[in-house]
Design a protein around this ligand. Structure first.
Ligand code: 3HC
Length: 282
């Protein structure tokens, strides 16, 4: 495998493009908004410049990485790619249009992976004529730092596809774990309900959000408290993830906390909008 296409240039897509280039793959980023792709390129260069400044890499390595990443103007530019990783909005209709178009334009060899955290990989596979070559590749935020990739096996995903993605994960210096196509996979099945419970505890007046965060950092050794984490991930993602768990597990216990839905309506999504449980404009 020598090249990887990344669809979607948001926080996850740009992080995936970064680790792919660091692993030595040629990377093509596509986003419906060309400004988003250019912004992602700028972010990568900024991150690598920081690594040069900290003397973690030399300027030659930075130039090598920069040269590996380009912006695509059309999905058809990914025609001969070995792997395409999709990181667009968590909306199955949007994913359907991306994957059915990719299926038309890409040669038979191309493997398709989705970074979805809450949608069915089996269903995504059904949008294509190559469900055996469709799998989940679920990265964690912030992608350059977090060591895990969940590799998700849909009903029709072949062992060859899973093996190929394990190799990519290892080249990206990540640890790949394999999970079946089930709601939330491994991490979010556990983490999302915990963060949701923290929001419900705040609603119930158990403690202040700062004290709940402090308690989990010092009492459970979490690197971030549940509210800091929800702000990092985004309340929009939290709502999608809880809705997926509630629907697929058919259990109202997973229903999104009311406060999270209210915050979504107020566009207090977390770091991405400057305000969530905490204010990032200060
Ligand atoms: N991009 C690139 N690098 C970053 C970064 C980012 N967004 N954020 C932090 N870093 C780097 C820093 O540059 C620093 O690098 P260095 O060691 O080379 O100097 C290193 O990470 C540590 O950063 P800091 O010292 O600034 O901060 P912390 O030590 O507090 O670590 C953290 C920050 C890594 C974000 C840590 O708080 C953490 O691990 N938090 C938990 C994150 C987590 O649980 N993520 C999973 C969320 S769930 C998810 O993503 C699934 C999805 O489907 C919802």
């Amino acid at each position: 495998m020598i090249n990887i296409g990344v669809i979607g240039a948001g926080a996850m897509g740009s992080g995936i493009a970064q680790v792919a280039a660091e692993a030595g793959y040629g990377v093509l980023i596509f986003d419906v908004d060309p400004n988003a792709s250019e912004k992602a390129l700028g972010k990568l260069q900024k991150n690598w410049q920081k690594a040069v400044d900290k003397e973690k890499i030399n300027p030659e390595e930075m130039q090598k990485r920069v040269a590996l990443v380009r912006v695509a103007s059309d999905l058809a530019d990914l025609k001969d790619f070995d792997l395409v990783i999709e990181a667009v909005a968590e909306n199955q209709e949007v994913k359907k249009s991306v994957f059915s178009r990719l299926d038309e334009v890409c040669t038979e060899k191309t493997i398709f992976a989705s970074n979805t955290s809450s949608l069915s990989i089996t269903e995504i596979g059904s949008f294509t004529n190559r469900p055996d070559k469709v799998a989940g590749m679920h990265f964690f935020n912030p992608v350059p730092v977090m060591k895990l990739i969940e590799i998700i096996k849909g009903l029709a995903t072949s062992e060859e596809t899973i093996d190929a993605l394990k190799v990519v994960a290892a080249k990206m210096k990540k640890v790949g774990v394999v999970a079946n196509d089930t709601p939330g996979f491994i991490v979010n099945r556990l983490l999302v309900p915990l963060c949701n419970e923290a929001i419900k505890m705040l609603e119930a007046g158990v403690a202040s959000l700062e004290d709940i965060d402090t308690a989990m950092k010092l009492g459970a050794n979490w690197p971030m408290g549940p509210f800091e984490l929800s702000d990092l991930v985004g309340l929009d993602v939290h709502i999608g993830a809880t809705a997926g768990l509630e629907r697929e597990l058919n259990d109202s216990h997973y229903a999104c906390a009311r406060l999270a839905r209210q915050m979504y309506r107020a566009n207090r999504l977390g770091r991405k909008t400057g305000k969530g449980f905490y204010d990032y404009n200060k």
